[in-house]
Design a protein around this ligand. Structure first.
Ligand SMILES: [Mn+2]
Length: 233
């Protein structure tokens, strides 16, 4: 059996207790429900290539607990902020070919994050669908507006005055968000309204993305089915 990272053990346990079989056997009639649903809204993605080995877990109904180990300190910092401000619980266990550069590691993490969000959303019933957040950090001000539409699109309006923040290439920020948007099925607009310090700008971006995801993934009992006149999301 492959080694299961410690921080993913909760996922394995919750997958068991939320399984049909377990519910049938142990919880029938107990009224066990989470946020009006019968399923934990979690996504678990394992993605292995010759360039990267990635395990990502995201629970949309968390409290902001996060473990991030990507080998890139500033990227870990951003993933922790994204999780905290999105009130998710998450684990990002990533080994990448950093001897090449940070490209594969960051882009492939974005792919896994996108797939995990998609998986956690499930049938998208009763979710609010849209989320928008403005987040300032000192002189920086960032707008993120998104739609969980299954229409992948990225508008990224940002300029960075420095090529690197710590060990993270600033040009990989756009690649990360593109990978998330295209694998989760998100129409994603990110616009820097003001800012000069790259650390501030990128940090405001990840916090705003977390808040917008939290907003869009909230369950609203007034919404019967999905929030679409077309009847599908
Ligand atoms: Mn910071």
């Amino acid at each position: 059996m492959n080694k299961i990272p410690y921080c993913l053990m909760n996922y394995v346990l919750s997958a068991i207790i939320n399984s049909e079989h377990y519910n049938e056997k142990h919880r029938k009639g107990s009224g066990f429900k989470l946020n009006g649903g019968t399923r934990m809204r979690e996504g678990l993605v394992t993605r292995n290539t010759k360039e990267t080995q990635i395990n990502v877990k995201i629970n949309l109904d968390g409290k902001g607990d996060c473990q991030a180990n990507t080998g890139i300190g500033f990227f870990d910092h951003m993933l922790v902020l994204f999780t905290k401000h999105g009130l998710m619980d998450a684990c990002f266990d990533v080994t990448g070919d950093l001897h090449v550069d940070s490209h594969h590691t960051i882009e492939d993490t974005g792919i896994a994050v996108g797939l995990a969000i998609r998986q956690a959303l499930g049938d998208k019933k009763s979710i609010r669908r849209y989320g928008t957040a403005y987040v300032p950090m000192d002189e920086a001000l960032v707008l993120v507006s998104l739609d969980l539409s299954d229409r992948p699109y990225l508008v990224f309006d940002a300029q960075f005055s420095q090529p690197m923040v710590g060990q993270m290439d600033t040009q990989m920020v756009e690649e990360f968000f593109r990978a998330v948007a295209f694998n989760a099925g998100i129409t994603l607009h990110i616009k820097v309204l003001h800012g000069s310090n790259c650390h501030h700008i990128i940090e405001a971006m990840f916090k705003a993305f977390g808040r917008a995801i939290d907003d869009a993934t909230r369950l609203d009992t007034r919404i019967e089915g999905v929030m679409s006149t077309k009847g599908t999301l």
